[in-house]
Design a protein around this ligand. Sequence first.
Ligand SMILES: *Cc1c(COP(=O)(O)O)cnc(C)c1O
Length: 401
Amino acid sequence: MSDQTKNETVPSDAGYFGQWGGQFLPPQLEGPFAEIWDAYRQIENDASFIAELRYIRKHFQGRPTPVYHARSLSLANGGAQIYLKREDLNHTGAHKLNHCMGEGLLAKYMGKKKVIAETGAGQHGVALATAAAYFGLECEIHMGEVDIAKQAPNVSRMQLLGAKVVPVSHGLKTLKEAVDSAFEAYLADYENSIYCIGSVVGPHPFPLMVRDFQHVVGVESREQFQDMTGNLPDVVTACVGGGSNAIGIFRAFLDDPCDLVGVEPLGRGLATGDHAATMSYGTEGIIHGFKCYLLQEADGSPSPVYSCASGLDYPGVGPEHCYLKDTGRVQYVTASDDDCKDAFFKLSRQEGIIPAIESAHAVAHALKLAREMERGTILVNLSGRGDKDLDYVIENWGIGE
Ligand SMILES: *Cc1c(COP(=O)(O)O)cnc(C)c1O
């Protein structure tokens, strides 16, 4: 977008960030993806597209979201000062709507009638259904039957928003099968529809487009933080599932003297194998049409992964993150379920902010770092609010002491 500064780490024409990314598609889908890329290249600099997106961000989403100085949390923790970029206050309660509104607007400009996607825990489905309702598009969300049973409130939300939820009943009946099913549906109807990916993953151009749509988070935070403090933060940190909220905030600080730290879920610990720390422990592989660090089995199939945060349990990761790890510009660390739980309760009790369990991973790392640093500032991307997690929390962690 022309109102967003572009760093020169843009991918090659074939969508490679260094050796990562690219486009591994069934031949029939190469045409439709080329059409999306052409359309995006045209409209990303189109004045009316930019104006409409800005209008939507301000009046529908409630942007800019604030940056907040978490004084009590910082004081109680006894170290550096922690600031939060409040994506939990974005409409629908998380950052995902930033790229879903962009994808919806792209669909509209391309003259498409329908958006298609898969969803695991349902967060992407709800955000996309919201965008579809706004733009008057049909919305078809593919979801494994196991996930449908686990995520009943999100299924109801999607249906309330007018989306059709398609149950997927083969294989393990979870995200992987839902991806296949959504791809098939898109293949059968690409003239009228567009496939919308939920993070900075998937075949080119999605890692680039989703990143551009999330860039607003970093642009706003950088300006807001400087207004508040007169300085840049010493550290910027965010949780990494597919990597969209992290890349959104990091990108605006790439050329600044700030440490950038992505936080991955260590789940129950490395030794148990129950984690999803892709950047830390993955190896080169291909998943869902792109190349990335991947937690994989001996035969190259994605490993089963686990995190208490359903939005973080993905065995792959966005290609730009892989590149930023290799160049050393961004450091990737882990936080366990226990670290996350501690941060979840602290932020709730000490600030009156109930974070998404995903976001609590970034807060956990900020707390640890703040103690080590003793002084200075840390900006955390608080990617979402915890309302969606209450059932999980009460069942597994109780209500706190
Ligand atoms: C989905 C989700 C994430 C993880 O997705 P990224 O693409 O890594 O940002 C993080 N936080 C919240 C609140 C989410 O809903």
